[in-house]
Design a protein around this ligand. Structure first.
Ligand SMILES: Nc1nc2c(ncn2[C@@H]2O[C@H](COP(=O)(O)OP(=O)(O)OP(=O)(O)O)[C@@H](O)[C@H]2O)c(=O)[nH]1
Ligand SMILES: [Mg+2]
Length: 329
């Protein structure tokens, strides 16, 4: 179901849940993707230009390529898409722009893969989610949003202030924790993130929390440092939660476009990334970035950030995302 955020939830009070769905959620894909209006203009232009042409000409391919690049689909993904569509046009004897447009939509959905919800532990009482990403990508905000939604779905969430480099980072997470009503475990600035994770697991187990989300420092993100840090943290987690961490999510800011992908690509394979969160899709006209991310990194986009408010986080559904991009205003 579209508006089921994390796909999986523990036992909960059904009445409470009903009320929440009525109050907050907008299940229709049209409503959910309103934030994409600027990207949508680009894509519906692609839709119109292609659809209106009675024959398939070279200039149709050129227009299509240009529009995909403009929407930040990225050079390699764009080239791949055009080649794939040309091949389909020949094989399937496509004759009209409308047929190409249909094929394009199918290929875009395929590129994004199957919808993937967060993975919860099947074996341990505690699910551990690590969140990484460069400075300012939106990690802390995303963690607060996840905590808010998970809490609403009946989970008992606890947060670990693993970004110990900046005092402000710890305070920021605490403020969010208070706002969304979840405890934040922290130590003094400069302390070992591993020790914070240790304390957090103890606290989670004692208090009966079922989800621990760990914030991390963005400035660690040279590959060597990040690997070392994650190794330490993983070792501590696995002492208590042998099947953890259950998610290693990388937060990527959509407004940084193709540059952000270079670094993400370097990390994705080596650190065992399990998913991506694309943030700030509301503040860019370049929603095509999602296709480059999915194509380049080979891990699912699990969530998207669509604003600064705590409610502005959605489960990523490829089919509705593509449908929304081609929808007319
Ligand atoms: N418009 C918009 N702004 C966002 C979104 N997610 C985060 N932000 C903003 O991005 C800025 C940085 O977010 P943070 O959550 O502090 O980012 P961070 O990755 O934790 O940053 P560091 O702790 O400095 O590494 C804040 O001003 C957020 O309000 C989003 O989905 N949309
Ligand atoms: Mg932060």
């Amino acid at each position: 179901m579209l508006n089921r955020f994390f796909g999986q939830k523990p036992q909960e009070d059904p009445q409470k849940n009903q009320g929440q769905e009525k109050a907050g959620d907008t299940p229709a894909s049209e409503q959910r993707f309103n934030f994409l209006s600027r990207t949508r203009q680009l894509f519906s232009k692609i839709g119109n230009n292609v659809q209106q042409s009675d024959t398939i000409t070279d200039s149709l391919w050129d227009d299509l390529e240009e529009s995909l690049l403009e929407a930040d689909v990225g050079p390699s993904t764009t080239v791949w898409l055009i080649e794939r569509l040309r091949q389909r046009a020949t094989e399937e004897r496509l004759r009209t722009g409308a047929q190409v447009q249909r094929a394009l939509r199918e290929e875009l959905v395929k590129l994004l893969g199957q919808p993937a919800s967060l993975r919860f532990s099947q074996k341990s009482p505690l699910t551990v989610i690590l969140v990484i990403g460069v400075n300012g990508s939106g990690k802390t905000t995303t963690i607060a949003k996840m905590a808010y939604r998970l809490t609403n779905e009946g989970h008992k969430v606890i947060l670990a202030a693993g970004d110990t480099f900046r005092a402000a980072a710890i305070d920021q997470l605490k403020v969010w924790g208070e706002r969304v009503g979840v405890p934040v475990i922290s130590q003094n600035p400069g302390s070992d993130p591993g020790a914070v994770v240790y304390d957090s697991i103890q606290a989670a187990l004692t208090r009966g929390s079922d989800v621990l989300i760990v914030d991390t420092a963005g400035r660690l993100h040279t590959k060597y440092n990040l690997m070392e840090e994650l190794k330490k943290i993983n070792k501590i987690i696995q002492k208590f939660i042998p099947d953890g961490p259950h998610e290693l999510l990388m937060v990527i800011d959509a407004t940084t476009g193709q540059n952000a992908l270079l670094q993400a690509r370097q990390f994705a394979a080596d650190i065992g990334l399990t998913g991506v969160v694309i943030t700030k899709l509301d503040s860019t006209a370049k929603g095509g970035f999602a296709f480059a991310v999915a194509d380049d990194l080979g891990v699912p986009i699990k969530l998207i950030g669509t604003g600064e408010k705590v409610e502005n986080l959605s489960l990523f559904d490829p089919q509705s995302f593509v449908a929304a991009l081609f929808a007319q205003e």
